[in-house]
Design a protein around this ligand. Structure first.
Ligand code: ADP
Ligand code: GLC
Length: 494
């Protein structure tokens, strides 16, 4: 019989408490899926200012967190469970670090100058918390650069702490672009020893690279699609760490994210005006009309193309900006939802002002509107330059909203190109990150909507049938956990 594992899952954000992107979706659901497989999971995250502590339970007694030259800092701990489960979430409450309006940056988008201290603090606090509540982790599962110091901390500061004697570490990379690059003085705060400041571990260009150190020390590294696991070993996608990833490829795995179909399904979604499913699509037209009404777009007999996401280079917004004039001459309408780079917010708002019948935008973060766009659009635009997994294209599939994507990372793993000869595919896909490639692919999709109605409907059916379950993903992580435990004698640094 398989051993039930104690898993400490640490992340900087998790739904429904704090979210800026897909990491939160994963952290809020994967722990529940692991729990459903029979494991004991706890989640540790910061108690940001926006998380109402009056709705949480206070864990008695303060938590001491040693921070090198800063001394020992004392945090409070709050707890609750992930909705619909008995998975405990522990919030590290420390006003000076987390009592701010933003999670990582101020309102003007400038990263906080002490993000190194803030997230080393979170990582160390997770260890101290495990001791305080007597939770002995078999697996410490860290996510992205914010908690990437945990594998190194396990192998150094907590190496001889018998509480963690049996703890192995996993680091999941959700995005290679953000590595946590800081002034090297943080080593003293981490209290890991300067012998780890070398190019094989923490050092990059005379600074500390948190993700690099995490990759070196984790017993296994995972990323969120198989394709991305290969891509990050190349110069185009490695953001400077490609050789490091290649060196550690023997412990690198790609596990595709799942979808919470209780939240993202047109059959049950409480945030859309009408439900629909494969055998009764009438509600989709109701959603399309509601979406147009929301944005004041006229009801023409044209496809509606949606975009939801961060206005960041990663998401291909420059590609879209370069191709948009041509796209606006097609028989189609566009609805955009997003925030991020200021130039893009201004640029696309200007497009909306110039083409009020064809292009509409909401600059901001709006979960309800994100659901309505998924439900009411015919096509979903996601031409990312890189995409570790991408959740929106998978949500789109379930709503019969066919994705138009670039063949990268999780987009390539989940979207199969339309093939009119064999009548297969669930979307439209292009290879090269050029304006032309995007323009022609959007044009192709718009033409299929207008002139190959049956093929379009058949593709919608195929798209809606596909399931990317968290159970499947959790089994992937479980396999990695058991793989580590079986191989731990021969893993590095032990
Ligand atoms: P990433 O994590 O790189 O931003 P993902 O596709 O993995 O990309 O996840 C993005 C998540 O954030 C999705 O759940 C998406 O619906 C949500 N999202 C992004 N931007 C917005 C926005 N402006 N309003 C509402 N939801 C958004
Ligand atoms: C990151 C990636 C995105 C992925 C998400 C969750 O934010 O950019 O592709 O879906 O993490 O893993």
């Amino acid at each position: 019989m398989k051993k039930s594992l104690n898993i400490l899952f640490a992340a900087s954000e998790a739904v429904p408490f704090a979210k800026t992107g897909g990491l939160a979706d994963v952290s809020g659901v994967l722990p529940k899926a692991l729990r459903a497989l029979g494991h004991n999971v706890i989640v540790v995250m910061p108690r940001y200012y926006s998380i109402d502590k009056s709705k949480l339970d206070l864990v008695p007694g303060p938590l001491g967190v040693p921070m090198g030259p800063m001394g020992e800092l004392w945090a409070a701990i709050y707890t609750t469970t992930l909705p619909g489960s008995d998975v405990p979430v522990y919030f590290i409450d420390y006003e000076a670090f987390f009592g701010r309006s933003g999670f990582y940056a101020d309102e003007n988008g400038f990263s906080y100058g002490d993000n190194d201290n803030r997230f080393v603090f979170l990582s160390k606090a997770a260890f101290q918390l495990a001791k305080k509540i007597d939770f002995r982790p078999d697996i410490i599962h860290a996510n992205d650069w914010h908690t990437a110091s945990m594998p190194l901390l396990r192998n150094t500061r907590f190496q001889y702490d018998e509480h963690f004697a049996d703890s192995a570490t996993v680091l999941t990379i959700h995005n290679m672009q953000h590595q946590g690059f800081f002034f090297k003085g943080i080593i003293d705060v981490m209290e890991v020893g300067w012998e780890h400041f070398n190019p094989m571990e923490l050092e990059s260009m005379d600074g500390v690279n948190m993700l690099k150190g995490g990759v070196a020390h984790a017993d296994a590294v995972t990323t969120v699609s198989k394709k991305y696991a290969h891509e990050i070993q190349t110069a185009e996608f490695g953001f400077g760490l490609q050789d490091h990833m290649w060196a550690h490829r023997g412990k690198l795995f790609g596990i595709l994210n799942g979808v919470d179909y209780n939240e993202w399904s047109p059959a049950v979604d409480p945030l859309i005006p009408a439900h629909f499913d494969i055998d009764d699509m009438a509600g989709k037209q109701v959603c399309k009309n509601a979406l147009r009404k929301h944005f004041g777009l006229p009801e023409w007999e044209v496809p509606l193309i949606g975009f939801v996401g961060r206005f960041a280079e990663q998401k291909g917004i420059e590609l879209i900006a370069g191709a948009i004039e041509g796209m606006l001459h097609m028989d189609a309408q566009f609805v955009f939802l997003g925030t991020g780079e200021k130039w893009a917010e201004g640029f696309f708002s200007d497009v909306a002002a110039r083409y009020p019948d064809k292009f509409a935008i909401h600059v901001g973060y709006d979960n309800g509107l994100a659901h309505l766009i998924e439900a009411g659009s015919d096509l979903f635009l996601m031409p990312s330059l890189f995409e570790p997994c991408g959740l929106n294209q998978i949500y789109s599939l379930r709503y019969g909203t066919l994705p138009i994507v670039r063949a990268t990372g999780g987009l390539d793993d989940t979207i199969e190109n339309y093939d009119p000869v064999h009548d297969t595919g669930n979307g439209f896909k292009f290879q090269w990150a050029t304006h032309d490639a995007l323009y022609h692919t959007v044009r192709w999709a718009v033409d299929v909507w207008h002139h190959e109605k049956e093929a379009f409907a058949a593709m919608q059916k195929r798209a809606m049938q596909a399931r990317y379950s968290w159970e499947e993903a959790a089994k992937g992580y479980e396999t990695v956990y058991y793989w580590i435990l079986a191989n731990r004698e021969i893993t590095q640094y032990r």
